[in-house]
Design a protein. Structure first.
Length: 194
């Protein structure tokens, strides 16, 4: 039996046989790819979007409980296209996770730069924490969607007395706070699950 035959007959599906004359069991499946068939000459399947694959990945099923050699979800705040090989981002290297578009948020496992969509009203997705939605804090507000920085409340207004994130998209005068709260609570919008 020749060595290529030994390599292609290997029971270890995490490996591939790149050339003749290799010693069994071949070469470990390279990062960014999935080797889930025996006897491959080259890795054929890139890591699925929304995930990264380390060396030796043997299934494209990220939920598999049969092996630890599976795709892992892309980190929160980033997105992963096909063939991502590491959880560590490198600017403009699409074989690594890339930061979400400013003003958008990405939960773990995001596949596109838009992630789950624009930062909702009352939140901002800062450039120092790409793709992560943060509540607009006291003394500021975040109107509309896709905010990258909170806006400061104008003198004489505040949102500090409104602790619920759904109300951090407005600044209000102190006297009208109770009226606005009662009005807003009747048709209350709910905070998004981030």
């Amino acid at each position: 039996m020749n060595r290529l035959h030994e390599c292609t007959d290997s029971r270890d599906i995490r490996r591939f046989c790149a050339d003749e004359g290799l010693i069994s069991p071949g070469v470990s499946c390279v990062a960014g790819y999935v080797c889930q068939s025996r006897g491959l000459r080259v890795p054929e399947m890139p890591c699925p979007p929304g995930h990264f694959c380390l060396d030796g990945t043997s299934t494209s099923d990220a939920t598999s409980k049969k092996t630890k050699n599976k795709p892992y979800p892309c980190p929160r705040g980033y997105y992963c296209t096909h063939g991502v090989k590491t959880p560590i981002s490198e600017a403009s290297n699409f074989s690594t996770p890339q930061p979400c578009i400013p003003g958008y948020f990405c939960k773990s496992g995001s596949e596109t730069p838009h992630g789950q969509g624009p930062c909702p009203s009352g939140f901002h997705c800062p450039t120092y924490a790409p793709g992560v939605a943060k509540v607009c804090g006291p003394g500021s507000f975040c109107p509309g969607v896709a905010n990258t920085v909170p806006l400061h409340c104008t003198p004489g207004t505040s949102n500090r007395l409104v602790p619920i994130p759904t109300y951090s998209n407005v600044c209000m005068e102190r006297e009208s706070l109770l009226t606005i709260l009662v009005t807003r609570c009747r048709g209350s919008q709910r905070a998004p699950v981030l």
